[in-house]
Ligand binder design. Structure first.
Ligand SMILES: Cc1cc2nc3c(=O)[nH]c(=O)nc-3n(C[C@H](O)[C@H](O)[C@H](O)COP(=O)(O)OP(=O)(O)OC[C@H]3O[C@@H](n4cnc5c(N)ncnc54)[C@H](O)[C@@H]3O)c2cc1C
Ligand code: SF4
Length: 561
């Protein structure tokens, strides 16, 4: 029979929850990991990992019926036949868009750790100090040096491939050897070195794909099919990395199909006592007790839980006494950049091996080192060079043997990159509970009210034009810019809504990710972010989670929790 009391409860088994479960069990705690979705077992449940495209009924594409059933997912690439099972059903779990917000979610054991793009970059003090320096929102209560040892810790276990580039705005880490740039990228990287006062640099993408083995995990085979699950365990996911470590302690209980609907709060003790859970299959309600609770349900779901908790004490929910719970929602705005053709003499004789799950990265250089723009903060680029394949044939509409032979040869070299820009933490960008609408389980849904500001709009001009300037300076031909449009959420880097801070009057969490109003509740996912930087955020969630878990266990030992 299921026990009802644990040392710790972790809500959500994605990137953050997996880390909380690993760290807390390894430090000796009996942990209950609650996950609202189904179980996904490592290897066994990667049912499409090696499936050839012709075995999919619709060749991996989408149908009208799929589009009708997935009104949000259809807005971008997530909707396709290959791994639809790992994306949320928009119909079962709707939400209210006050303004358009594309919320792309994965509800299963592993969360979006199974689906993510794996770019893993440290944030620097330029990011942690920016709010204070510019008087935006509130100051972060931590600095880079607080997180640096925890970045080391999580990088070693997760396995991050990357080069040590010595850049102040992108600190180096505990990396495995990088996934090499291909020869086309190397040419452009070399040409960039002498330009732009050395400030725009092309470095290896830093990705959570193994180039060396780790215990129980093999190195990457360059199939670039990670989002179908990796039978080699070669990319970081909860299943390949943190869950096995937590399970190995013998102290983890994993409960899928468990929707946490609220944190139970004792107003006399000013402490959480546990959580209430709705069984997603039987719809039976259960309560579990624990000494500490880690909320890792993903940015907006964590805030949904907080807003539904302790409403008899604070009508706005647990953590709302500052009035900031639900506010300051952020994402990374993107989908614009430039691309062109590399026609270096001799390059057409060169090719590359495999389908790398990585490319290059150009770290932020705007509003740094004396550069001053008419907007705040900056952006980085993710891109790659490759040779066109047979797909180019549809443009040529040719027939005959000569045409067929030509299509068997690789096409011209292309290179391009997309910018990812920082969004400021605007108080007006917020989420709240929409009491007028319910989901499949009769639970009220979240309403999201978020938009880009003038700062982001101004930044986007540089994001697009700078890439064209960079490529042209590196000798790339026929460069063209593009802006495919962006709606908040599309970056799938939603952050904020329960920010960290120095002061309980202006923030939801303290410097250890503890809810000011309930010190035994920790929020360590993207909800805790005080600003967004422009680097991908998940590595920072991992480091924050490991740091908070270490602190929580220390506080338990000191009898402070
Ligand atoms: C296609 C794609 C590409 C991406 N690329 C990158 C990238 O390159 N780099 C990067 O840093 N980030 C990337 N991301 C973002 C990254 O996936 C997220 O930042 C990260 O997964 C967030 O971790 P999390 O633990 O907060 O949430 P998730 O990984 O989403 O996990 C949350 C879990 O909580 C569960 N849950 C939710 N509500 C409840 C509840 N009430 N009760 C119980 N369980 C609940 C969910 O089912 C889920 O399993 C990408 C995401 C996608 C989808
Ligand atoms: S590219 Fe590497 S990590 Fe991704 S699925 Fe293939 S072997 Fe696994």
């Amino acid at each position: 029979m299921q026990r009802e009391s644990y040392d710790a409860i972790v809500v959500g088994s994605g990137i953050s929850g997996g880390w909380a479960a690993k760290e807390l069990t390894e430090k000796g705690l009996e942990v209950l990991l609650l996950e609202r979705g189904k179980n996904v077992e490592h290897i066994k449940d990667y049912i499409n990992a090696t499936k050839p495209i012709w075995e999919y009924p619709h060749r991996g594409g989408r149908t009208y019926a799929m589009e009708e059933a997935h009104p949000v997912l259809k807005r971008d690439y997530p909707l396709n036949e290959k791994n639809l099972d790992w994306w949320v059903s928009d119909k079962d779990s709707p939400y209210t868009e006050i303004k358009r917000f594309d919320w792309f979610r994965g509800y299963q054991v592993g969360g979006r750790s199974l689906l993510w793009g794996r770019h893993s970059y440290r944030w620097s003090d330029f990011d942690f100090e920016a709010n204070a320096r510019e008087g935006i929102a509130i100051d972060w209560p931590i600095r880079y040096e607080d997180l640096a040892p925890w970045y080391d810790h999580v990088e070693r276990h997760a396995g991050i491939a990357g080069s040590r580039d010595g850049l102040a705005q992108l600190p180096d880490g505990e990396f495995q050897p990088p996934i090499p740039l291909n020869c086309g990228e190397e040419i452009v990287a070399e040409r960039m070195r002498g330009r732009f006062d050395g400030r725009r640099q092309m470095v290896h993408a830093r990705v959570a794909n193994l180039t060396q083995r780790l215990p129980g995990r093999s190195h990457c085979r360059y199939r670039n099919a990670c989002w179908l699950g990796c039978p080699f365990g070669a990319y970081f996911s909860t299943q390949s990395s943190t869950l096995p470590a937590a399970m190995a302690t013998g102290r983890l209980t994993l409960e899928p199909y468990s929707i946490v609907t609220e944190v139970l709060y004792d107003r006399d003790q000013k402490r959480a006592t546990g959580v209430r859970v709705l069984d997603a299959v039987t719809e039976r309600s259960t309560e579990y007790r624990a000494r500490i609770v880690f909320l890792c349900a993903s940015t907006l779901n964590t805030t949904w839980i907080l807003k539904r908790s302790a409403t008899d004490v604070w009508p706005g929910g647990l953590g709302s006494s500052s009035g900031e719970l639900g506010h300051n929602l952020m994402d990374h705005h993107f989908r614009l950049g430039a691309e062109g053709i590399l026609d270096e003499p001799g390059l057409d004789k060169k090719y590359y091996y495999g389908r790398r799950p990585a490319g290059f990265y150009i770290p932020r250089y705007r509003n740094l080192f004396g550069d001053k723009r008419d907007y705040l903060r900056g952006f980085g680029y993710q891109g790659g060079a490759s040779r066109l394949g047979w797909q180019r044939a549809v443009e040529e509409l040719g027939v005959g043997a000569a045409f067929k032979d030509k299509m068997a040869e690789p096409g011209e070299w292309r290179i391009g990159a997309t910018a990812f820009g920082e969004m400021l933490p605007y108080h007006g960008n917020r989420v709240f509970i929409d009491e007028t609408r319910t989901d499949k389980w009769g639970l009220p849904v979240l309403a999201i009210d978020c938009e880009m500001g003038e700062n982001e709009r101004l930044m986007r001009v540089d994001m697009m034009n700078d890439m064209a300037e960079t490529l042209e300076a590196a000798g790339v031909k026929k460069v063209r810019t593009y802006d495919r449009g962006y709606a908040p959420g599309m970056g799938i880097h939603e952050m904020g809504t329960a920010r960290m801070g120095h002061d309980p009057r202006t923030s939801v969490l303290n410097r250890w990710n503890q809810v000011w109003d309930a010190p035994n509740v920790f929020v360590t996912d993207g909800a805790s972010m005080t600003s967004a930087a422009c680097q991908n955020p998940s590595l920072t969630y991992m480091a924050l989670t490991a740091r908070a878990a270490n602190y929580a266990v220390g506080e338990l030992e000191r009898h402070n929790l």
